[in-house]
Design a protein around this ligand. Structure first.
Ligand code: ZEM
Length: 278
């Protein structure tokens, strides 16, 4: 297979998404989470972290509690990487997120190759840069502003919780946000506004919010999006207007995957992963 044939890589990723003995029969959601966590370590001020370098290959980052369970996503992609050894892990992980979103009925997200893997361990971002689900709006803002996002982008990106579920043995939280967690939609926003959410201590002693039947759940950070008036305005817009949500999500996710990637004048990624040493 010719180096640079990203269409062939996309096809190979699509083939590993159905996983009959995993979660809801799909690797899609955990692939989206891998792309997000690989990118969400970015710090705008120092230029460190982000998707370039695929630094989660290093134990320091892989063992950040926030990344529990992402070994599944990385393993699902192993055969794809074996088939296309010329692609960088940093490109593969971000492209897999894009392909998974589209596969599950979400919007097309712009994606550009060029990320490199040859990064030294000293550039691995420190643990603790990803958001903590037990916290509220101030924490959410400080984490996402650090990456360079605004309130509208924060809410749009949070719409990824239409996908997948929480696992007691990974994060301590349990359950899916929506009834069809492998279908991209704006249901998450509708449920945030319409359902009654009850604070409950789950089977492993962690506080979360559940619906009447204990089937669906919300994290404390999800609830902050309806409590905070500025966030709430966007939750209301996205609950009402699916097309607007798809457009804004595609833009936000595309921006997320570019964090830490430094491109030259023609959009070509430079072989450089961080402006500053930690
Ligand atoms: Zn999530 N997320 N996330 N997220 N996330 C989980 C699962 C998934 C937060 C969070 O703590 C958690 C974004 C924002 C934020 C996905 C995508 C995106 C889980 C459950 C937690 C605890 C993990 C587990 O137990 O397996 C917090 C606090 C966030 C911001 C405040 C953004 C932004 C995302 C992408 C754009 C996805 C797809 C999942 C489901 C993973 C799976 O395995 O099913």
């Amino acid at each position: 297979m010719a180096a640079g044939d990203y269409m062939a890589v996309r096809d190979a990723i699509k083939k590993i998404i159905p996983q009959s003995s995993y979660d809801d029969g799909s690797a899609g959601p955990v692939l989206v989470r891998l792309a997000w966590h690989a990118s969400g370590t970015y710090d705008k001020k120092s230029g460190t972290g982000g998707s370039n370098g695929a630094t989660m290959r290093y134990k320091l980052e892989a063992s950040d509690e926030a990344n529990n369970g992402l070994e599944y996503a990385r393993k699902f992609l192993d055969p794809v990487r074996q088939q296309f050894p010329w692609i960088s892990y940093a490109d593969l992980w971000t492209l897999a997120g894009v392909v998974a979103i589209e596969y599950m009925g979400g919007p097309k997200v712009d994606w550009k190759p060029g990320r490199v893997d040859d990064v030294d361990e000293q550039y691995v971002p420190p643990n603790g840069r990803l958001p903590d689900a037990t916290q509220g709006e101030d924490h959410i803002r400080s984490v996402f502003y650090r990456m360079g996002f605004n309130d509208q982008e924060i809410v749009a990106l949070s719409g990824a919780h239409n996908l997948g579920r929480c696992h007691a043995d990974r994060s301590g939280f349990e359950g899916p946000w929506v009834p069809m967690p492998t279908r991209f939609s704006n249901t998450y926003f509708k449920l945030l506004l319409r359902s009654e959410w009850h604070k409950r201590t789950n089977s492993v002693g962690v506080e979360q919010y559940n619906d009447e039947d204990n089937e669906l759940m919300m994290l404390p950070t999800d609830m902050a999006l309806v409590k905070d008036p500025k966030f709430r305005t966007w939750v209301e817009k996205y609950a009402e207007d699916k097309d607007l949500f798809y457009r804004d999500f595609a833009a936000g996710f595309g921006k997320l995957l570019e964090l830490g990637v430094i491109r030259g004048p023609e959009g070509k990624a430079l072989r450089q992963y961080a402006r500053a040493k930690l």
